[in-house]
Design a protein around this ligand. Structure first.
Ligand SMILES: [Mg+2]
Length: 461
């Protein structure tokens, strides 16, 4: 375990320097220098001018919470950054997708919120929620599924293609004797026998619910009765019915000074309760949202779709994923980059799943791999990008002022790993390619790396 230690120290030093706006200690660490705005001299000038007129060969994947907003409060750098991404006609000059692990609203609502916050028009086709890949899990769409989370869950499920979603509230209403933790919500009188619901054939965890004890109890009931929660627990129900989960974030950045519980925390509770009761592991049919590879695959598909709509002929080769969370944004981008590298080196083979080994989905089933393969083959086609670069900002979950702990080895292993149970800790995957103070500095840096023109319209010589 000697390898990771220098990395942690270097990471923290780089972060502290970035937060202070100090000059970079390694190439790529941005100090928000406006070099991209200065055309190179002499013979490079003509070439630079030509390059300015070229279509982009890169795209942006923006995280939202902690990068563009904290709670409902916009981060000041965000508006500035987005002005640079628009042409003088008000159109995006590069493909942009917002990849959020949030899942409690429809894409259109999130697009409207972003338009308001950023002061630029955002389309729902640019927004990817953690649940967006569920639209590809068609074999569940005609089944009765239990949905857990908050917000307009039935609308979200139906928009994704599910025909028979049932909410926890509906389950509670049908089986009122099941939810008794809160004494005030227990039924006041013995009720008539409940109307039976159809067998629940899968559970979809969209996001953290409001009443955790209710959701935990009823989900466990559904798992232990194979979809008939009104019935007593039979002896053996393993393997349990499929569980598909979106958003594994343990914590997220809101207006509070410290990170708040995310859906990942709820999942930790569910996994541990299930294991404590049954002695067995809760298994996931699919895990969606960052850092899952599936999420980035889908995001790249959206980027490609945008480029095609603009009739940009050059393939989008480099994706830049900008986020505030090492365990989701950085881990996910680096994991997808690893996949792209392997895909490139073994194109045409089944290598695409090799990256998973490092990302670790130890409970992911073979059926999921088969399903993903079919989906990707049929709907997403092969990845075209050759790399995915991770850019960490210091305006959210990541705290650049955290001091290097004495016992770095301990902190970087179990205690510091906030990733999901099924994603193994790998120090290389939580090291960002770049660290910048905020999203505006990230855009400056990326334009500089890509030698992409500043916003001003170019004039032919
Ligand atoms: Mg975030």
């Amino acid at each position: 375990m000697g390898g990771p230690l220098p990395r942690l120290g270097r990471l923290l030093r780089r972060a502290a320097a970035a937060a202070a706006g100090a000059p970079p200690g390694r190439s790529g660490l941005c100090s928000a220098a406006p070099a991209a705005a200065d055309p190179p001299r002499s013979q490079g000038a003509a070439q630079f001018q030509l390059k300015r007129q070229q279509q982009p060969t890169f795209g942006f994947l923006f995280d939202i919470d902690g990068v563009l907003v904290r709670g409902k409060t916009p981060i000041p750098a965000a508006r500035k950054a987005f002005q640079k991404l628009l042409s003088s006609q008000g159109e995006f000059r590069v493909p942009v997708v917002f990849v959020t692990n949030a899942g409690n609203c429809l894409r259109q609502k999130k697009a409207d919120q972003l338009s308001h916050i950023l002061g630029v028009p955002i389309s729902q086709d640019q927004v990817m929620m953690s649940h967006s890949p569920l639209r590809m899990f068609k074999r569940f769409h005609d089944k009765c599924v239990l949905v857990s989370g908050q917000g307009p869950l039935l609308d979200i499920a139906k928009h994704l293609g599910f025909c028979q979603p049932i909410t926890i509230d509906k389950l509670r209403e049908t089986y009122p004797l099941l939810d008794v933790v809160d004494h005030d919500r227990r039924p006041k009188e013995l009720l008539r026998p409940p109307v039976e619901l159809p067998k629940i054939e899968a559970i979809i965890l969209f996001g953290e619910p409001v009443r955790w004890e209710t959701n935990l109890q009823l989900i466990i009931d559904v798992l232990l009765t194979s979809g008939y929660p009104g019935k007593p627990y039979p002896r053996e129900t393993y393997p349990h019915i499929p569980v598909l989960a979106c958003n594994m974030d343990l914590m997220w950045a809101s207006e509070a000074q410290s990170p708040r519980f995310g859906h990942g925390t709820f999942m930790v509770c569910l996994e541990n309760i299930y294991k404590k009761i049954t002695g067995k592991e809760l298994k996931y049919e699919a895990l969606m949202g960052k850092p899952s590879e599936l999420t980035y695959h889908y995001a790249e598909y959206l980027i490609r779709t945008q480029a095609a709509a603009k009739q940009w002929k050059n393939p989008i080769q480099t994706l830049y994923a900008i986020g505030d969370n090492l365990m989701t944004d950085i881990y996910g981008a680096n994991l997808y980059n690893r996949y792209l590298e392997e895909n490139r080196s073994r194109r045409g083979s089944k290598a695409r799943f090799q990256a998973k080994a490092a990302g670790g989905t130890r409970s992911t089933t073979v059926s999921q791999e088969e399903e993903l393969e079919n989906m990707w083959e049929n709907e997403l086609s092969s990845a075209v990008a050759t790399s995915c670069r991770s850019v960490l900002v210091c305006t959210g979950v990541y705290n650049p002022h955290t001091e290097v702990p004495f016992d770095a080895r301990e902190s970087i292993t179990e205690t510091a790993f906030h990733g999901h149970r099924d994603f193994r800790f790998d120090p290389a995957l939580v090291e960002p390619d770049h660290i910048v103070p905020d999203v505006d500095a990230a855009v400056d840096l990326i334009f500089q790396l890509e030698n992409f023109a500043p916003k001003e319209p170019c004039r032919t010589a």
